[in-house]
Design a protein around this ligand. Structure first.
Ligand code: NAD
Length: 249
């Protein structure tokens, strides 16, 4: 028996990147896994896929209910779906603020609201939110994205407090720059994507990006019974980006 045998997990944004790696690792450790994503390519993968948009409450409610029916319950919710935004406060219009906060913050509220009654029936319930070092790092040109992830970290702590006596653990993982299709798309917009990737690697303390699999391993740990006493934490998986104060060479 693997450590997650018998547990049922739902991963939002599970069609790509960190969410996909998390869904695959949960399955490899023995969990029954469903993914919720708006990308139809999710259904091409050997995982139970439910197409839904986390910015649409009706779609979230029916996808969470269908996933739990499919799985026969729910023990683990990974709120991972998210989108990016570049710029300062002068660069993004209100409509863009509403759109990003609707996905990154309210998306978590919607899936969690739909999942809580199911999680209350579990013997080992856990929620893991994918946050970002942007929540606390003070990154330039990331005002909206950082505000959204700061809200995700605060929401994680508040949810952990609200549900601790019910035995529902809530944590978040804060990745640094992770090598996912999202980052690939950003690099491909540069005039020289290869040089841009080399420069990005050089800016990391470890000289390389974090992998999606490394972030997934942290999410799976927080979701698993091995983390039974861990709640209300933000676990950085950032290659030392935030914690280390390296002297310039
Ligand atoms: P990705 O673009 O590779 O995957 C994101 C997935 O979320 C996609 O499958 C997409 O279809 C889905 N998604 C987007 N909007 C959705 C919506 N409204 N409803 C349902 N699904 C939706 O991105 P990734 O790099 O794997 O990022 C995953 C999470 O990790 C995000 O929350 C992101 O903010 C966070 N993160 C990423 C990095 C990074 O450097 N890649 C760093 C820190 C945090």
């Amino acid at each position: 028996m693997s450590e997650l045998t018998g547990l049922k997990a739902l991963v939002t944004g599970g069609a790509s990147g960190i969410g996909r790696a998390t869904a695959e690792l949960l399955a490899a450790r023995g969990a029954e896994v469903a993914v919720l994503d708006l990308d139809p390519s999710a259904v091409d993968r050997p995982l139970r896929a439910h197409l839904a948009d986390v910015s649409d409450d009706t779609s979230v409610r029916s996808a969470v209910a269908a996933a739990a029916d499919d799985l026969g319950g729910l023990d683990i919710l990974v709120n991972n779906a998210g989108i990016g935004a570049a710029g300062t406060v002068e660069d993004n219009a209100d409509t863009e603020w509403h759109r990003v906060l609707d996905v990154n913050v309210l998306g978590i509220v919607r899936t969690t609201r739909a999942a809580l009654p199911l999680l209350r029936a579990s013997d080992s319930p856990a929620i893991v939110n994918t946050c970002s070092i942007a929540a606390t790092a003070g990154l330039p040109q990331r005002a909206l994205y950082s505000a959204s992830k700061g809200a995700v970290q605060a929401l994680t702590l508040a949810m952990a407090a609200d549900h601790v006596r019910e035995g529902i653990r809530v944590n978040c993982v804060n990745p640094g720059t992770a090598d996912t299709p999202w980052v690939g798309r950003l690099l491909n917009r540069a005039p020289d994507p290869v040089a841009e990737r080399a420069a990005l690697n050089a800016r990391q303390p470890m000289g390389r990006l974090v992998t999606a699999e490394e972030v997934a391993a942290a999410i799976v740990y927080l979701a698993s019974p091995a983390a039974a006493s861990v709640t209300g934490t933000a676990l950085a998986v950032d290659g030392g980006m935030q914690g280390l104060r390296l002297r310039p060479e």
